[in-house]
Design a protein around this ligand. Structure first.
Ligand code: OSB
Ligand code: MG
Length: 365
């Protein structure tokens, strides 16, 4: 495959409700949408980096710069290649996984559309639909939280994840658990705690949580291993897992007994599948994380979540959990599940008119 041109769009889509986490509050999703034009056809992908480097070091404008300055020229220099080779070609450029994942995914979309093959079939998916969980932001009060969670439970979400931080942890978790004694419940701290909080976090043990996601600093793998030994709630790394290597190391150290795979964070779908396969071998349950994706990224994530090792519901919620209007045909949840796209490539229709209306700027390279 050869690249003809690449269109990089900055897009801003309002969220239906503010999403508050320990690293800040999002009221809209600012992201990049890529369209690659190649000799075998067009491909689309979104870059999941957020507008500020608060969840991870990457950010929207930085990714656009990275793509234009280094990644696209390196691919152009090679000339003819397959999507599967993109990661190796881009390896000399350190980090920048989200920017790399975006270009790799758009090229894979072009390639698979050309072959008439879906992401799901190419990945080796074994499910036609996937169980949906939902990630609930830090609320303004316990009452507001109960109302929001109640709404999601009524809609049929099969797992609830509560964002926590110091000052918003034991009490909200206790009330949600007491209100819904049987729901699958987990928490996500986005690195908001330190090793000194071990005794406090052990206070979560009595709420029968599936897991606690990324309680400590992303680099504190040993801290997670120590915490894992000191509390009963399983520890699940998110931010710390940036590659197959980091997944292997974290599992070897017993710092994580469950893994959240986000394709953007690990540099793409090929790396995600390697992590999945490793986790299946090791008996580590995996689930598909989310980055408040639009339908473009969600389509590809659903295909990944349809692999057999994804045994826990992911943050693959319906389009209407995020957006009043999505930039693709919306993903709808039925009976707590979403159907995995089966059309060629990412298998979802882009709403070009709406995409145009939410495009802040666009550049063709
Ligand atoms: O830590 O999982 C996270 C959203 C943006 C950045 C990081 C995270 C999240 C979520 C929401 O928890 C996941 C989703 O619904 O897309
Ligand atoms: Mg997380």
């Amino acid at each position: 495959m050869r690249i003809h041109e690449i269109e990089i769009r900055h897009v801003g889509v309002p969220l239906v409700r503010p999403f508050r986490t320990s690293f800040g509050t999002q009221t809209a999703r600012d992201l990049l949408v890529l369209k690659v034009t190649t000799d075998v056809g067009d491909g689309w992908a979104e870059c999941v980096a957020m507008s500020e480097p608060l969840y991870s070091p990457e950010y929207t404008h930085g990714c656009a710069d990275m793509l234009e300055r280094f990644l696209i020229p390196a691919l152009r220099k090679v000339g003819d290649f397959r999507a599967e080779e993109v990661a190796e070609i881009l390896k000399p450029f350190l980090g920048h996984h989200m920017a790399k994942a975006a270009i790799e995914t758009a090229l894979l979309d072009a390639e698979l559309k050309h072959e008439g093959r879906s992401f799901a079939s190419f990945f080796g998916a074994t499910k036609e639909e996937v169980d949906c969980g939902v990630s609930v932001g830090i609320a303004s009060s316990i009452d507001a939280l109960l109302e929001e969670v109640g709404d999601y439970v009524d809609q049929g979400y099969r797992r609830i994840k509560l964002k926590i931080e110091p000052g918003w942890d034991l009490e909200p978790v206790r009330t949600v658990r007491e209100t819904w004694p049987k729901i699958l419940l987990q928490v996500d701290a986005n690195q908001a705690y330190s090793r000194d909080d071990t005794a406090h976090l052990a206070g979560l043990d009595k709420f029968n949580l599936l897991l606690i996601e990324q309680p400590l600093d992303e680099h504190d793998i040993l801290g997670h291993a120590l915490l894992s030994r000191a509390i009963q709630t399983p520890v699940c790394l998110d931010e710390s897992i940036t590659s197959l290597q980091s997944a292997r190391d974290a599992v070897a150290m017993e710092a994580t007994t469950v893994i959240n795979i986000k394709p953007g964070r690990v540099g793409g779908y090929f790396e995600s599948i390697k992590i999945h396969d490793f986790c299946v071998e090791e008996g580590i349950p995996v689930w598909c994380g989310g980055m408040l994706e639009t339908g473009i990224g969600r389509a590809a994530n659903l295909a990944l979540a349809a692999l057999p090792g994804f045994t826990l519901p992911g943050d693959t919620s319906a389009s209407n959990r995020y957006y009043l209007r999505d930039i693709t045909t919306p993903f709808v949840m039925v009976d707590g599940r979403i159907r995995v796209p089966s059309g060629p490539g990412i298998g979802v229709e882009i709403d070009h008119k709406f995409l145009e209306s939410v495009t802040v700027s666009k550049r063709t390279i």
